[in-house]
Design a protein around this ligand. Structure first.
Ligand code: HEM
Length: 537
C-alpha cells in the first residue's frame, strides 16, 4: 500500500489514463476502423500481386517501419522502475523545496539505471560507470537528480565531453569493442588527460562491475545549492546509499555472466520488484555553508573531486523505494527524458563548468531523440502540475491551447498565464555576485589531479587493490600502441608507486620517472600531448 494522503499515487493515476491493455477489444486501424482480416494482404486474385490500395497493410507496415527511435548518445542501455520518495526529516533550514520540507509528502519517482558506453543491446555487466537517474514528480514540478554510481567524473569541463565519448565509444571504423574500456582510443585520451585519473581509479575498482543495480550507490557528483525561504544558500552534494548494501562482481564472474545472460542486471531488478523485494536507497546530503567555500584543499566546483565524508559527514534525509515495474519499456524507460536542469524552487546550480554544459546538452539531445520540442508531453515525462505557458505548436503537439493570446506582456488576457509574484512562490535564480573577466581558462584550484586518486587507492583493502592492479593490467594489456601503455604507467606513478610498479611489471614495462613530474607540467589548457610526445620521440 503506497502511503499517499488520498490513497492515490498522482503519477500512477496520470499514467493510467494513457494506458490500455486492449483486452477483449476488436482489432482496429489507427483511425479506429474495425477490421476483419489483418493476416492477408489485398491481392489481384489468390496468386496475384498485392494492391497499393491496401491501406490496412500499408498502415501496419508503415508503423512498424518507424518503431525505432535513436538510442541515447550515451547511457543507451538502461533499466527503469517506478517508486516513491519519503522524507525522514524536514530540511527547511537549508531548502524551501516542498518535497524536502514536509515528511507527510510522498513523492512519486521514476529511476533509470544505465551503462554509459555500450549500445542499447549491449551487455549489462561491462566494466563501466553506471548512470543513476531519478525523476521526482513533485508538486512543484519535476526535479531530476541525474547522477552516476561514482562520486566524480572524468573531465572538468563540458567542452571535453564529446572528446571523452568519442574516445570511449567503440572505435568508429570497426565498432569494436562494444562495451568496454579495453581499447586504444579510450586509453590514448585518458593517458593525455590527468584530470581523469580519479574517475579512472574508480573505474578500475569493483564499483565498475556492480553485483546488482540494487547494490550500487548513486551520486549527484556536482556541488549544487540549497536555497532556503530567506534566500540563503548552502552548497550541497547528493548521495544515494543502497539499503541492500554495496556489492561488486569479480572480473571473471562479470565476463562469464556477460556470455550467459547479458540481461543480468535488468532481470535482477525486474524480478526483485516483481517478487515484492523492493530495493531501497537512502538519500544523503553533504552540506557546506557558503562561507566555507574556500576552506578545502580542492575546489567545490571541480567535478573530479569528492568531499571526503570525514570532512563533511553525509546526513541521511529520506528514502527511495522502487516498487513498480514499468508497463511498457519503450513508453517509460526509453522515452523518459532526464535533465540536470529540471529543478524546483529551493535547489539551484553552481558554476561547475561540467554542470553548466550539461544544462544545455540534455534538452538539445532529447529534441532529436524524442522527435521535436514537445517530449515533455510524453506521459512518463509529464509533470504533476499542469503545464501552462506560451510555448506553442511544434512536432507532435498534444495540448490544445485555446484563445488568441500566446505572448507576454499582453492587455487582452484570455488564456494567457501570468507570472507569479515572489510572494506567490515559483522559481527565482539564486543571485550570485560575479565580478570577473571573460576568459577561456581553468582555475589553478582545479589542478591537483592526483591527491584524491591516491587517497582512493590507499583506502582499499589488499584484495581490492589487487582487483585494481589486475584491471589496469587487463585493460591496458588490450591496448596495441605501446607508448599509450607507457604513458598510463607514467601517470600511475603520480598516483601510487606500488600500483605503477605492479602494473608496469604485468605489462613488461618500466616505471622510469619522466624528467619533470606530470603535476608540474600541466598547462592551463590541460593538454599534455606535447609533454608526452617529447618523452616518446
Ligand atoms: C545521459 C549522467 C555528464 C550529456 C546521461 C544519463 C545519466 C547521465 C545518468 C542517462 C539518463 C537516462 O537514464 O536517461 C551524467 C553525469 C555526468 C554527465 C553524472 C557528470 C557529472 C554529461 C556531460 C554531457 C552529458 C558533461 C554533455 C555536455 C548527456 C547526454 C545524455 C546523457 C546527451 C543522453 C540524454 C538523453 O538522450 O536523454 N547522463 N552525465 N552528460 N548525458 Fe550525461
Amino acid at each position: 500500500q503506497e502511503p499517499f494522503e488520498n490513497g492515490a499515487n498522482p503519477k500512477k493515476e496520470q499514467l493510467r489514463k494513457f494506458t490500455t491493455d486492449n483486452q477483449g477489444e476488436f482489432l482496429t486501424t489507427d483511425q479506429g476502423l474495425k477490421i476483419n482480416d489483418d493476416q492477408n494482404s489485398l491481392k489481384t486474385g489468390e496468386r496475384g500481386a498485392t494492391l497499393l490500395e491496401d491501406f490496412i497493410l500499408r498502415e501496419k507496415i508503415t508503423h512498424f517501419d518507424h518503431e525505432r527511435i535513436p538510442e541515447r548518445v550515451v547511457h543507451a542501455r538502461g533499466s527503469g522502475a517506478h517508486g516513491i520518495f519519503e522524507l525522514y526529516k524536514p530540511m527547511a533550514k537549508y531548502t524551501k523545496a516542498k518535497f524536502l520540507n514536509e515528511t507527510s509528502i510522498k513523492t512519486p519517482v521514476f529511476a533509470r539505471f544505465s551503462t554509459v558506453a555500450g549500445s542499447k543491446g549491449s551487455t549489462d555487466v561491462p566494466r563501466d560507470v553506471r548512470g543513476f537517474a531519478v525523476k521526482f514528480y513533485t508538486q512543484e514540478g519535476n526535479y531530476d537528480l541525474v547522477g552516476n554510481n561514482m562520486p566524480v567524473f572524468f573531465i572538468q569541463d563540458a567542452t571535453k565531453f564529446p572528446d571523452l565519448v568519442h574516445a570511449v565509444k567503440p572505435e568508429p571504423d570497426n565498432m569494436i569493442p562494444q562495451a568496454a574500456s579495453a581499447h586504444d582510443t579510450f586509453w590514448d585520451f585518458i593517458s593525455l588527460m590527468p584530470e581523469a585519473m580519479h574517475n579512472i581509479l574508480w573505474l578500475m575498482s569493483d564499483r565498475a562491475i556492480p553485483r546488482s543495480l540494487r547494490m550500487m550507490e548513486g551520486f549527484g557528483i556536482h556541488t549544487f545549492r540549497f536555497i532556503n525561504e530567506d534566500g540563503k544558500s548552502h552548497f550541497v552534494k547528493f548521495h544515494w546509499k543502497p539499503l541492500q548494501g554495496v556489492m561488486g562482481l569479480v572480473w571473471d564472474e562479470a565476463q562469464r555472466i556477460s556470455g550467459k545472460d547479458s540481461d543480468f542486471h535488468r532481470r535482477d531488478l525486474w524480478e526483485a520488484i516483481d517478487a515484492g523485494h523492493y530495493p531501497e536507497w537512502e538519500l544523503g546530503v553533504q552540506i557546506v555553508p557558503e562561507e566555507d567555500e574556500h576552506k578545502y584543499p580542492f575546489d567545490l566546483l571541480d567535478p573530479t573531486k569528492l568531499i571526503p565524508e570525514e570532512m563533511v559527514p553525509v546526513e541521511i534525509i529520506g528514502k527511495m523505494t522502487l516498487n513498480r515495474n514499468p508497463d511498457n519499456f519503450f513508453a517509460e524507460t526509453e522515452q523518459v527524458a532526464f535533465h540536470p536542469g529540471h529543478i524546483v524552487p529551493g535547489i539551484d546550480f553552481t558554476n561547475d563548468p561540467l554542470l553548466q554544459g550539461r544544462l544545455f546538452s540534455y534538452t538539445d539531445t532529447q529534441i532529436s531523440r524524442l522527435g521535436g520540442p514537445n517530449f515533455h508531453e510524453i506521459p512518463i515525462n509529464k509533470s504533476i502540475p499542469e503545464v501552462t505557458n506560451n510555448q506553442r505548436d511544434g512536432m507532435h503537439r498534444m495540448q490544445i491551447n485555446k484563445g488568441k493570446v500566446a505572448y507576454n506582456p499582453n492587455s487582452l488576457g484570455g488564456g494567457c498565464p501570468f507570472q507569479a509574484k515572489m510572494s506567490e512562490g515559483g522559481f527565482t535564480s539564486y543571485e550570485e555576485r560575479i565580478d570577473s573577466t571573460k576568459i577561456r581558462k581553468r582555475s589553478k584550484s582545479f589542478f591537483d589531479h592526483f591527491s584524491q586518486p591516491s587517497l582512493f587507492y590507499n583506502s582499499m583493502t589488499d584484495h581490492e587493490k589487487r582487483h585494481i592492479q589486475n584491471a589496469f593490467a587487463f585493460e591496458l594489456g588490450k591496448v596495441k600502441t605501446v607508448p599509450i601503455r607507457q604513458r598510463m604507467v607514467n601517470m600511475l606513478l603520480e598516483v601510487n608507486e606500488e600500483l605503477a610498479n605492479i602494473v608496469a611489471k604485468k605489462l613488461g614495462l618500466t616505471t622510469e620517472r619522466l624528467p619533470q613530474p606530470i603535476t608540474d607540467s600541466i598547462p592551463a589548457d590541460g593538454n599534455l600531448e606535447h609533454y608526452f610526445s617529447f618523452k616518446n620521440d
